[in-house]
Design a protein around this ligand. Structure first.
Ligand code: ATP
Ligand code: MG
Length: 452
């Protein structure tokens, strides 16, 4: 993309309404625009990152064998009357009446609807296990929408649901989700720690939340510092292997890590004092096993191997897709702006032309731009007629992890500069080498793409 033809409405001043750094930077970098409290438009660069995150989620769900679909945002109230949650959900639920006076609601989650789909189409244990998911907008009329996309009213969530004949099978699905979530967050450049949590209105007592440690997080968390040494990395996993998935769950939950809702001061006190941590965290996902809580009242049953009908064991799992943009920025920024991890960056590399209009500088930039694109990379070329200082400040603000700077002085000896946004370090090299280096940096990121 050429910046002169893009739509990147950066703000010069810090917006007053932003209380935390991610909200401030998303507004300043022209990623989002608030339309009313807790409801945002996603401007092109924000939308691009949102899609990168969605793509990682889709790929990791495909790898785990989970099946994508799409359910609507509006749901009939009657489904929620069946489960008893129409009244329970209270004022967070946005209720709508259509022209025929039928009650609808803007879905805050989809357990009821997926259970309805299941009971209409699945009748035998032979069709199990089954895991379906979608990435869809949700609405929760939060009493205090704040911190930008972190606590919106309309927000994008990946929510998945699994159906199993037995509790053991459902717990395997639970473990499989834990593994796929660990992989997803790591690909986004995040450490998200699974912590024992509370079921809330979804229900169930078998549940973990994934938390990104950050001062601005809304959750209070307590953990053994050893847990932050764990990474999943690129180890191979067979998602059908029950023991393997169980071992990962045990590894990642064997150290104390809990949110304040389940915190146990006596257990915590047993950790050696120098490893005890209390901190703030951002919840970026949650997984549940809730047994037959929905399948029983809603009649989601299958004929089992012995011919008798039994309610299915279910679980659900959510990732806060839009909240993740805020969480990633909270975890990765400096005074100058955002620092995108390579896995989610809106553009792979920025090209800064120090002397727009100079024939040889322009043609060197064009050649680098074309070469990067030919290699499957997605560069942003700042081809505007602007001062170098303004171009650098803009690139630092929007946070592309790599920058190639091209100017007449360097070109005289066939050199451009490759700069890391994270370390600030620059290295001189030929244009060809800069392209090859950027390609090598992104090879592992692009190589992780799984077939959909
Ligand atoms: P919270 O405790 O933060 O209100 P929740 O536990 O009610 O969230 P879940 O039902 O577990 O949320 O939803 C799955 C994920 O959706 C959460 O882990 C979170 O990342 C995201 N999410 C929930 N509410 C919001 C919101 N208002 N704005 C943005 N993302 C949200
Ligand atoms: Mg939750």
């Amino acid at each position: 993309m050429r910046l002169s033809r893009y739509f990147l409405p950066v703000l010069k001043e810090d917006p007053k309404e932003a209380q935390i750094v991610s909200h401030r930077l998303m507004l300043r970098a022209g990623m989002i625009k608030q339309q009313t409290a807790g409801i945002y438009s996603w401007l092109p660069m924000g939308f691009k990152v949102l899609r990168r995150i969605e793509q990682i989620v889709h790929e990791e769900q495909a790898r785990a064998g989970h099946i994508p679909m799409l359910m609507p945002t509006l749901q009939p109230a009657d489904l929620w009357r069946e489960s008893g949650r129409y009244d329970d959900y209270g004022e967070e639920m946005l209720r709508v009446t259509d022209r025929h006076k039928r009650d609808l609601l803007y879905g805050p989650t989809n357990e009821e609807m997926i259970t309805d789909i299941f009971r209409a189409h699945v009748g035998s244990y032979k069709d199990l296990p089954l895991t379906l998911y979608h990435i869809q907008w949700k609405f929760r009329d939060e009493i205090r929408p704040r911190f930008g996309v972190m606590r919106g009213r309309e927000f994008l969530m990946k929510d998945g649901y699994n159906f199993n004949l037995t509790k053991e099978a459902a717990l395997h699905a639970y473990n499989r989700h834990l593994v796929s979530y660990l992989r997803s967050y790591e690909r986004m450049g995040l450490q998200a720690i699974p912590m024992r949590a509370d079921g809330g209105p979804i229900g169930g007592d078998y549940t973990h939340e994934f938390l990104v440690l950050a001062e601005t997080g809304e959750s209070e968390v307590f953990y053994d510092s050893q847990i932050t040494d764990l990474t999943f990395g690129d180890r191979a996993i067979d998602y059908d292997d029950v023991a393997q998935c169980q071992a990962v769950l045990e590894e990642f939950t064997s150290r104390y890590a809990r949110t304040d809702e389940t915190h146990d001061a006596a257990l915590f006190a047993q950790i050696p004092e120098d490893r005890r941590r209390s901190a703030r965290g951002i919840e970026v996902g949650q997984i549940f096993y809730f047994g037959t809580k929905y399948s029983e009242p809603m009649g989601a049953t299958v004929v089992g191997p012995d011919g008798a009908r039994v309610p299915v064991h279910m679980g659900s799992h959510g990732i806060g897709v839009s909240r993740l943009l805020g969480a990633i920025i909270e975890a990765s920024h400096d005074d100058k702006g955002i620092i995108w991890p390579e896995g989610v960056t809106p553009f792979h590399v920025g090209i800064v032309n120090l002397k727009q209009g100079d024939v040889s500088t322009d043609s060197a930039c064009e050649a680098i731009y074309a070469e990067l694109r030919a290699r499957g990379l997605d560069p942003l070329y700042d081809d505007r007629d602007e001062r170098a200082g303004a171009k650098f400040a803009g690139m630092d603000l929007i946070g592309l992890p790599w920058r190639i700077t091209v100017g007449p002085r360097g070109l005289a000896s066939n050199k451009v500069e490759l700069t890391s946004r994270r370390s600030g370090e620059s290295e001189e090299m030929s244009p060809q080498e800069a392209v090859a280096r950027v390609q090598a940096i992104y090879a592992p990121v692009l190589g992780q793409a799984a077939p959909a």
